[in-house]
Ligand binder design. Sequence first.
Ligand code: PMP
Length: 419
Amino acid sequence: ASLAPDVAALVERRKKSFGAGSVLFYDEPLKIVRAEGAYLHASDGRAYLDFYNNVPTVGHCHPKVVEAVRRQVGEFNIHSRYLFDVAHDYAEKLLATFPASLSNLVLTCTGSESNDLALRLAKRMSGGTGFVVTKTAYHGNTATVTEVSPSSYKHGEPPSHVRTVPPPDPAVFGNNVAQGFADAVAAAITGMEADGIKFAGLLVDTIFSSDGVYADPPGFLKAAIEVTHAAGGLFIADEVQPGFGRTGTGMWGFARHGIEPDIVTMGKPMGNGYPIAGVVTRPEILSAFCGDFGYFNTFAASPLATAAALAVLEAIEEDGLIANAAHVGRHLMARLKRLQAKAPITAVRGAGLYLGVEFGTEDGPAPAIAKGLINGLRYRGILIGAAGQYGNVLKIRPPLCITVAHADMLADAMEELLG
Ligand code: PMP
C-alpha cells in the first residue's frame, strides 16, 4: 500500500531514531491523533474500534482518570519516602480485593519490574533458583525476566535454571488438563533437580495470554500449585494480562482457579496508561527479602501514579466493568462459537473479555488466516492482534467498556472476511 505523506514521513523519522528497535503494527501503520472510550482516532480521519489494547481498561481517556491525573500533577508529585494520603487510599482499596493473607504491596512502574522482584522474593523464600514457565510465556524485559520469557527468544533457549511446560491445552493433555499440566510441572521440577538446580517456583500468566489464551476448566491450575508447594516452591501468579476484572468473574484471574498464590504481579491496566505496576505477597515473604536487600523505586508509589490507579479502581466499580466484561464476553463467545461451525476455527477459548480464536486446517495451525484477518479488520476499522506459539490465535482483549453492539461489529466483520 502507498502510505499517506504524513504517515510515510513519520515512518522514516521513526526508522532513523529507533533503528532496529522499532516495531510497528500493519503494512500501512496507523498514526493516532486522539482516543475516547473504545475508539482510537487516526490521521486518516477514521475511528478504529479497539479490540487490542488492554491498558486503557476503563476506556481511552476516561474522564475520571484524566481529572485525577490533572488534579494531582498540579498539586504535588514526589517519591514515596514522604507521607501522603493517596498512596494509602490506593493500597488499602487494592489489597481489599485479595485474600486476607496477601496483605503487603510493593509498587513498581512496569510488569517487568514486578516480575523481576517476584523472582527475587521466590528465590529468597525457597532458597532455590529454578523456575518453571510455559513454553510461549512472556513475563517482561529485564535481563532476569527475559530468561523466564521463552517467547522473547528469536533463537536459542532459556538458560538451564528455566524449564518450560506446554500450555494447558486439551489438544496436548486430553480431557484432564489439570492432571496433565500438573504432571508436566512435576516432570520439569524433577528434571531440574536431577541437574542439581533447586526449584524456586512456578510462574504463570493465569490466562496464558501469549501461549494462546487458556481459561478452562476453571480450577485446572489447582493441581499444579499443589505440586509446586509440595516441591518447596512458590507460586507466582502473573496478573498483568487477566487482572483488574478482565475475566469477568472478579478482579483476579487466579480466583477463577480457587487458588491462593504466594506472590501476585500486576501492571498494564493498573493506571489506564499511567505507568504503575505492583507485587502483592504475604508479609513473611517480603520481610525475608527486606532482611537482605533494600528496594527503592524512584517513580513508583508516587502521588501521581497512585491517584491514577485509584481512579481506575473507582471507575471499574462505578461503571460496572466486571459485570460488563462477563456480559459482553459471554455474548461475543457465543457469536464466535457459531462462527466456528462455518470457518477454519479449531477452538474458541477464554473468559470475560479475554478471548482467543484459534485458526487451523487439516494441515495444522493456520497463522496466515489470523494474519489476513488482522489486516482485513484494520481496513474495516477494527484493531486486533494474535498470540500463541504459531501466531494462529486471534487475541481479543478490548477496553472493558465495550458494548454488545461493538462485539457484534467484530463478529459481523470476522464473518464477512472469513466467508
Ligand atoms: N507479564 C505479562 C503476562 C505481560 O503480558 C507483560 C507485557 N506484555 C509483562 C509481564 C511485562 O509488563 P511491562 O511491559 O509493563 O514490563
